[in-house]
Design a protein around this ligand. Structure first.
Ligand SMILES: [Zn+2]
Ligand SMILES: [Zn+2]
Length: 154
């Protein structure tokens, strides 16, 4: 992947590098993600936190309330406040925001989720699984990714 595994914030204070491919790539169309990004969806690379190397800076976690009453940590550059990662209560797995990669176009979603709130003008490819809400990872993830997740949560 080369530089498609590197990314950072807008001001350059935070730079990160993914040391391997992600476990799986989500394109989430939920209302929380739309609100947080100010856009139609977010693209998240799910990857073990210990496979995200910080080359510069230290993103700071901010607790963001979600519509279900839970909170999600969004990691932001302390200077320009761009959000680079989040976690959903399991700090072992980071959700890296693909738009902060140096080459966002190098990443293709493996699944579309929460399509019940997808904006009408976005048309999804038929070749990619899509779910009204969520899915069973045991049915979609490659075996190697399931093993990696088990290992990091053990
Ligand atoms: Zn910054
Ligand atoms: Zn979402």
């Amino acid at each position: 992947m080369g530089s498609s595994r590197e990314g950072g914030c807008s001001c350059g204070a935070v730079r990160y590098r993914l040391v391997s491919d992600p476990l799986f790539v989500h394109c989430c169309h939920c209302l929380n993600c739309q609100r947080q990004t100010g856009s139609a969806f977010v693209i998240n690379l799910l990857i073990e936190a210990d496979r995200v190397e910080l080359a510069a800076g230290a993103p700071e976690p901010v607790d963001a309330p979600r519509d279900d009453g839970s909170k999600q940590k969004i990691y932001r550059c302390p200077d320009c406040q761009v959000a680079v990662f989040s976690d959903y209560g399991r700090p072992e797995v980071l959700f890296v925001r693909a738009g902060t990669l140096d080459e966002p176009g190098a990443v293709t979603p493996d699944v579309h989720i929460f399509t019940r709130s997808k904006v009408g003008w976005v048309t999804l490819p038929e070749s990619t699984p899509a779910f009204d809400v969520y899915y069973d990872r045991h049915e979609l993830w490659p075996a190697a990714s399931l093993e990696r997740l088990d290992a990091v949560l053990a």
